[in-house]
Design a protein around this ligand. Structure first.
Ligand code: BES
Ligand code: MG
Ligand code: ZN
Length: 487
């Protein structure tokens, strides 16, 4: 894997050096002498290079080949991450590059922080999912081995980069899970993978068919029963603060390893994307992995419901009534509205068995949220004002965008059923909100709860500097900020 180094040392000749320059009247860098700056400005003028964010200029100087990267005007941490991803793409076919870090005028970020954010962007942007190519030749793969950031205090910077590296590792892990096709990533394989994380000090418990029946995960089982694949529920615990018995945060993830819709089967077009209907679960697992890697001194518990939603002679039918773990009955009108059923039992279990008082669930839940927010924002539904503000703040900091959406009695009453306590859909309009209301019926009094509907955010179609095409693992960075700074 690509290595990130922070060091002050000189580097061998022939290594490409990179400097960042701000968009200003006169381009400058503390790493260039007067003569070189003059030369840079001349060539920049000829090439119409102004230092605009994300533009590049190649230069030959006394230092050898120099790559000049435009930083734009006063770039913030997120800009620098993006620039890191752009830089990666620019130099992916070389072997070693050295970034000569300089301060940014008027910025609150230290040189070390500037380097860290660029490096973090390099790690996110360099992610690829290429395990299923068999015919690709070695020279078609990126060759970049090392990015060296030239800083005075290399050792300190290396130490302080660890949480970033841990988070990048977790994001990459989450993306791997989500990109994996559903014939490989079955509930069993997913559960086995989670089990393996115990080496990090995470406590992991896997529940199979029999235990799920005994414990009354009936809504989850009603979805799973159409598939030949045995469902699993994983409970993952990180006790970073063993002195406390309480859970500082509970996380619930939708882990539908494939959502065909069941008997209410989906149209064929785009159905392959439903292999990523386990993104919520992947994000929960990756968030716990990040917490463990970062040794966060808080207690966090996650639960993920891993099931496949398939049509078959044994599948749940529209019209079936199922008794949830909470005791409330649900009339299943549409078997494609399966995520809320999976979440409901998991959410109840987390409160009932473990007493979690602050819970965030995350799920690719509704096409409605995707249409409303255009795949640009995830929907935030929440019953607590402080939790709303904290999540919106983490959203701003991480760059994973959230938009606060409404719940309320006007939506809630739409899921009243004529023959059971509730039904699982509430009509075409406001479907993101009725889905959230459905889940809210499984939230106990005094539980602070947020629901993140990330449908439309799980897959990047075009590719961006820090999110290459494919799975995004949207939410890992957001939750990591939340866990580190808001609980
Ligand atoms: N997994 C889908 C939601 C989804 C749609 C995720 C598009 C990602 C991209 C979910 O299980 C679903 O099928 N929802 C239905 C519910 C409807 C039948 C009430 C939807 O939103 O269309
Ligand atoms: Mg569905
Ligand atoms: Zn689904």
């Amino acid at each position: 894997m690509l290595e990130i180094v922070f060091a002050r040392g000189r580097i061998g000749a022939g290594v490409i050096k990179v400097i960042g320059v701000e968009e200003k009247n006169r381009l400058s860098s503390e790493h260039l002498n007067k003569e070189e700056i003059k030369n840079l400005n001349k060539i920049a003028k000829q090439n119409k290079f102004s230092g605009k964010q994300g533009t590049f200029l190649e230069l030959n100087s006394s230092k050898g080949k120099l790559l000049v990267m435009g930083l734009g005007k006063n770039p913030n941490a997120l800009d620098l991450q993006k620039l890191g991803g752009m830089l990666y793409n620019k130099v992916a076919q070389t072997e070693v590059v050295q970034y000569l870090v300089s301060a940014i005028f008027g910025s609150k970020l230290s040189k070390t922080e500037i380097a860290h954010n660029i490096a973090f962007g390099v790690l996110l942007g360099s992610y690829r999912f290429d395990k299923y190519f068999t015919q690709k030749k070695p020279d078609e793969y990126p060759s970049l081995e090392r990015v060296i950031f030239k800083l005075e205090q290399g050792e300190k910077a290396t130490e302080e980069f660890k949480p970033y590296a841990a988070l990048a590792n977790a994001v990459r892990y989450g993306r791997d899970l989500c990109n994996e096709p559903a014939n490989y990533l079955t509930p069993q394989v997913f559960a086995d993978d989670i089990q393996r994380l115990s080496y990090l000090g995470l406590d992991i418990e896997i529940l199979g068919q029999q235990e799920l029946e005994e414990k009354g995960f009936n809504l989850l089982l009603a979805i799973a029963q159409g598939s030949v694949k045995e469902p699993k529920v994983a409970v993952i615990k990180w006790k970073g603060n063993p002195a406390s018995e309480e859970w500082d945060l509970g996380l619930v993830g939708k882990g539908v390893t494939f959502d065909s819709g069941g008997i209410s089967i989906q149209p064929w077009s785009g159905m392959e994307e439903m292999k990523a209907d386990m993104t919520g679960a992947a994000v929960v697992v990756a968030s716990l992995k990040a917490a463990a890697l970062q040794c966060i001194r808080k207690n966090i518990i996650g639960i993920v419901g891993l099931v496949e939603n398939m049509p078959s002679g044994n599948a749940t039918r529209p019209g079936d009534v199922v008794t949830s773990m909470s005791g409330q009955t649900v009339e299943v009108i549409n078997t494609d509205a399966e995520g809320r059923l999976v979440l409901a039992d998991c959410l109840w279990y987390l409160q009932d068995q473990y007493g979690a008082k602050k819970i965030i669930d995350i799920a690719t839940l509704t096409g409605a949220i995707m249409r409303a927010l255009g795949g640009e924002y995830a929907g935030l539904f929440c019953n607590d004002n402080k939790l709303i503000n904290d999540l919106l703040s983490s959203s701003d900091i991480s760059g994973e965008k959230l938009w606060h959406m409404p719940m309320g009695e006007e939506f809630n009453k739409k899921i009243n059923s004529d023959i059971a306590d509730m039904k699982n859909i509430g009509g075409a309009l406001g479907a993101g909100s009725t889905a959230a209301c459905f889940i809210s019926r499984f939230v106990q009094k005094n539980t602070k709860w947020a629901h993140l509907d990330i449908a439309g955010m799980e897959n990047e179609k075009k590719g961006t500097p820090i999110t290459p095409k494919g799975a995004t693992a949207f939410g890992v960075r957001l939750l990591n900020d939340f866990i580190n700074h808001k609980i």
